[in-house]
Write a protein that binds this ligand. Structure first.
Ligand SMILES: [Zn+2]
Length: 266
C-alpha cells in the first residue's frame, strides 16, 4: 500500500488500556498499530504546507506552521508553553476569541509517569490523548480549574516538589518504574492548599489511568531520524510510543514533522 499527503501528529485513543494510533496523511487516516512488526518506509517529498493557511514554507515553525502564522497565532505564543504567563487580561492576546474558547475552559492538573513522576496541565477535553502523546504509562488527574492561567499557576507551585519534564530517551527505552501516583498526590496537595482555595480548584477522585503501548521491542539506544537530513526513512516498525515511531533503524518523532508531505509505503 502507498499513501501520499501531508502528515499531522498521530490521533490517539485509549481502548481498554491500549494506546491506539492513527496517522493523518492527506485526507486519509492510517491505522498504525496494525503496521507494528512490518517493514515500512516514509519518504519526504520536499514540500511543507502550513497547517493553518496551507502556504508552502521552506521551514516548519512551531511544528507545522509558516513563519507569519507562527508569529500571529495564539496557539503558537509562548503562553501556551507557559500557561502561567497568560496575558489575555492585558488585552494583548494574539487572538482574543480563540483565547476565550481555548484558555477560558476547564483545565486539569495531572500527575503522569512517563520517565518518572511529573506534573502537567491540559485542557479537560484533551485527556487521555495528552498522556499518550507524552508516552506516559500511568496518569492521575488531580485538580480541575476553570482557566488555563490557573492551571499554570498551580503547576508552577507544584514544580517546586515534583518534576515537570519527561526524559524522552528513558521514556522511549521504557526505563520507567511503576510509581504510586496517589501517594504523590497526597503528599503534594497539602503544600498548595492555600493556592487551591484562592483559585477555586476542585480536587478530583483518585482514578489512575494505565496505558499500554503497541511495542514489540524497545530500542537499546536512541538514534533520532530526521526528514531534513534523511528524506528516505525505512525499517521495521517495532512499536509506537508517545508521538514516536520506533523503527529498527531509529526513532522518528512524527509530531516534529507535522505538515511535511510524505509518501508512506507498507
Ligand atoms: Zn501559515
Amino acid at each position: 500500500m502507498q499513501k501520499i499527503g501531508d502528515i499531522q501528529k498521530m490521533h490517539t485513543t485509549l481502548e481498554e488500556g491500549n494506546a491506539t494510533y492513527q496517522l493523518p496523511i492527506g485526507n486519509e487516516m492510517v491505522a498504525m498499530n496494525e503496521l507494528v512488526g512490518q517493514e515500512i518506509s516514509l519518504t519526504f517529498n520536499g514540500t511543507i504546507s502550513c497547517s493553518n493557511c496551507g502556504v508552502a514554507t521552506k521551514k516548519s515553525y512551531s511544528q507545522g506552521y509558516c513563519f507569519p502564522c507562527c508569529r500571529d497565532l495564539a496557539r503558537c505564543d509562548l503562553c501556551i508553553m507557559k500557561p502561567e504567563t497568560c496575558h489575555h487580561h492585558l488585552g494583548t492576546c494574539r487572538e482574543p476569541l480563540w483565547g476565550l474558547d481555548n484558555c477560558f475552559a476547564p483545565h486539569i492538573i495531572y500527575l503522569a509517569n512517563s520517565s518518572g513522576i511529573k506534573v502537567g496541565i491540559t485542557r479537560k477535553g484533551n485527556i487521555p490523548s495528552r498522556w499518550i502523546d507524552q508516552g506516559a504509562i500511568a496518569a492521575l488527574p488531580i485538580l480541575e480549574v476553570d482557566t488555563r492561567l490557573k492551571s499554570g499557576q498551580l503547576e508552577m507551585a507544584l514544580k517546586d516538589f515534583v518534576a515537570d519534564k519527561t526524559n524522552w530517551r528513558k521514556m522511549l527505552k521504557n526505563e520507567v518504574e511503576e510509581a504510586d501516583l496517589v501517594a504523590m498526590k497526597n503528599q503534594l496537595l497539602p503544600k498548595v492548599s492555600t493556592l487551591m482555595m484562592d483559585l477555586d480548584a476542585v480536587e478530583l477522585d483518585n482514578e489512575v489511568i494505565k496505558i499500554n503501548y503497541p511495542v514489540v521491542e524497545y530500542p537499546g539506544k536512541i538514534t533520532s531520524l530526521n526528514f531534513d537530513k534523511t528524506p528516505e526513512i525505512s525499517g521495521i516498525l517495532r512499536g509506537i510510543k508517545g508521538q514516536y515511531l520506533l523503527l529498527d533503524t531509529g526513532v522518528l518523532n512524527i509530531r516534529k514533522f507535522s505538515s511535511y508531505n510524505i509518501t508512506l509505503t507498507y
